[in-house]
Design a protein around this ligand. Sequence first.
Ligand code: URP
Ligand code: ZN
Ligand code: ZN
Length: 463
Amino acid sequence: MTTLIQNGTIVTSERTFAGDIRIEGEKIHEIGPGLPAAPADHILDASGMLVLPGGVDVHTHLDLPFGGTVSSDDFETGTRAAAFGGTTTIVDFAVQARGMKMRQALDTWWKKAEGRASIDYGLHMIVTDLPEAGLEDMDAMVAEGVASFKLFMAYPGVLMVDDATIFKALSRTAGNGALICMHAENGGVIDVIIRRALAEGKTAPIYHAMTRPPTAEAEAVHRAIAMAEIAGTPVYIVHLSSEEALNQVREARDRGLPVFAETCPQYLLLSVEELARPGFEGAKYVFTPPLREKHHLAALWEGLRQDHLQVVSTDHCPFCFADQKALGKDDFTKIPNGGPGIENRLQLLFHHGVNEGRFSLNRFVELVATTPARIFGLYPRKGTIEPGGDADLVIWDPDAEHLISAQTHHMRVDYSMFEGFRVKGNARTVLSRGEVIVDRGQWLGRAGRGAFLKRSARGGAWK
Ligand code: URP
Ligand code: ZN
Ligand code: ZN
């Protein structure tokens, strides 16, 4: 099967140019101006459109047991929603529960994805305990293409690991080339503040934010970076939310350390006031780290512009308001932490980043596709447009007006964090390995067509 995408404006992280793309089977075969129409089984006219590499979202939680329930999108609904928004690759998180072998967690997550995923997916491994034998298990995961691990400095008694464990994991990556992703918040301190709040009868959603101060994030980011520096390895900070935490990353990068960080659309566009909505509505915005005061938003945008932050992911972890967020009606600590966003990342970043003049089109592509693919060992198969790469492409209509709403989105969740946001720019046609899976709002993909991606160790963070 040969497909020709004609007359588009091709955008990579480095260049914007007029050209055609010939796809043979699953791969990009040739790029150039005025490629001949024959032989092509299928011609897609991209006149007036941008042609982007498919989005790469390296932080999603599909079918995740968490907070006494399970995230509401599974690999079928979540990957379909991702595709509608122009994301063609995700890296989701398998969880090694305490006492469980990583191998078992990996098998469990493969089963969750098998027959369901409609776009390609990789997996990180969340590590919750690490006996000596676990260090060898890390190497075995890397050999399976699970080339990154997430550790939590928050959620004591559930997911949190101590500094010795973090340091052991970081040190092991010096040998196996994996990347450690840190959830950086000081969980011990936060836990004490939470207990005090509850004792004072403070149970509403807003106290989720009030009990997790930015300094608790900045301290943990600082500590994570210090441990990585001692271990002599890179580190990647996930879902960075505050100016203080950003300053820690900037300072480390200025010293030449291989420190990387992502933020998410919610931290760029929403602020703590959302948690103070009347009634229990604030629960829709309960995730960690929490939303911050407004001044943090401008600092994060500037961080993206100046490359103190390298990636925008979603941390998509949806829970329905009606019957899942409701678990915490009388106690904010029982609200399952997480919010939906897998479908809206490109729309929001294009509109608020590119259209509003915060950064260039090329920087947009770098943030949502190229750099995440590089850092997590998927580049150049994913994240760019070049011969030999997978034909994961988005024909993007820069003039399409779109109203974000739970009424029309494809995520399996009963609200949108961005309800009522009007954006200009949306995916018109989405190809995954050469196959059109979304076209003008129509689903043409198939559950189960997505493949597991074996990612390389020593990705971009190591270069
Ligand atoms: O609240 C969040 N972020 N839920 C997902 C789990 C995590 O910490 O990333
Ligand atoms: Zn986290
Ligand atoms: Zn997460």
